[in-house]
Design a protein around this ligand. Sequence first.
Ligand code: AMP
Ligand code: GLY
Length: 429
Amino acid sequence: MNVLLIGSGGRENAMAWKIAQSSILTQLYIAPGNPGTSTHGINVDINPLDFDKVKDLVISKNIGLVVVGPEDPLVKGIHDFFSIDKALKHIPVIGPKKAGALLEGSKDFSKRFMVRHGIPTAAFQSFKESSKKEAVEFLNSLTPPYVLKADGLAAGKGVIICNTLGDAIDTLNDFFEGRFGSAGEIVVIEEYLGGIELSVFVLTDGMSYVMLPEAKDYKRIGDGDTGLNTGGMGSVSPVPFCNGAFMEKVVTRIVDPTINGLKSDGIDYLGFIFIGLMNVDGNPYVIEYNVRLGDPETQVVLPRIQSDFLELLISASKRELSGLKVVFSKQCASSVILASEGYPGSYAKGKSIGGRLESDGAVLFHAGTKYGANGELITSGGRVFSAVGLADSHEESLANAYRLANAIEFKGKYYRKDIGRDLMFSSEK
Ligand code: AMP
Ligand code: GLY
């Protein structure tokens, strides 16, 4: 089968790497891909939001399955586009239609969904500018810190946590004054949940589902979880506290009601659900839903799947997930993101990349790289690479990831030095 993978980040490099290992793959195409994906398939330089161009590619390359990496094409309706086009509607798309993508595209929608289906989450209310007075009253009723979220997609920057009521009211004004554009026209204000975060990943065919390995992401730019939020600076899998008893609660209180809720709301959902959770004293609460895999979580989740990933995707597309079990590897995986100095603020691009791009026990995934005018590899983004270590213990997998991170050279290379350190002492390996 020929497969088209949509996207160009570290997540898509990891997906391309995994799909390319499948015995049933004929040819993988990636649109637009990056230099890392080009070692696993053929990159095609088109904008995934240009659905007509995607259509031409799918037809000319006889694609049998489309796998969507990022949320943007889903929220903008790539799956809906396929389902109403005569020439495309028989070609399955892994990723929900617009109605399901709202779980990520609108925080207000996803919070209402959780409440409707009895899924544990932080108490909340949503406000438009016309009800600013009520928003301030609601803030007054909460205890600090205060959590304010833009309703719409804001590239991971739409959540602001304020320590004082004054800051929270200023932030509310910022939202209504257009700091996040139309994404902030509705503001979700919610109760602060204290605990440890982790993410679980589900692949569903709308009727049944399989669980993929869980992961923990390190979101802040600085060591010790300090500084600005980023797309993610590293990740580990498995998560030591995610034992059988905790996962049982996740499945019965969160995953089952989510899949049943989609069904009872009449939302036909084919694709991944990435559930961001807070472990509050041993009980899971949903922080957010994403309608795709995470980046850099995918870089540690996929290496821990022993089953043929493409076969799993095809089973999902045929609505045949029921009864399937995904085989997980016992290995530990850790990723360390190599970023451009200045990220998540402004940073320089075009720095030449040297050093060694491989080392034992590790896999390198590209994110923000490209080939320069003379065919040399240069930086082109904030997150440049994920160095992923694999080994029998977290300690060794981290050592392998860091050895690779050290071996790569580019001007302004920055990475966190403490990925996984918080888990080492609580770890049961
Ligand atoms: P989100 O984009 O909704 O995942 O939020 C980004 C980050 O903000 C999360 O990963 C959490 O670290 C934090 N966060 C969001 N909602 C809450 C909450 N209700 N309580 C505590 N932290 C939160
Ligand atoms: N690493 C968080 C995300 O992909 O949203």
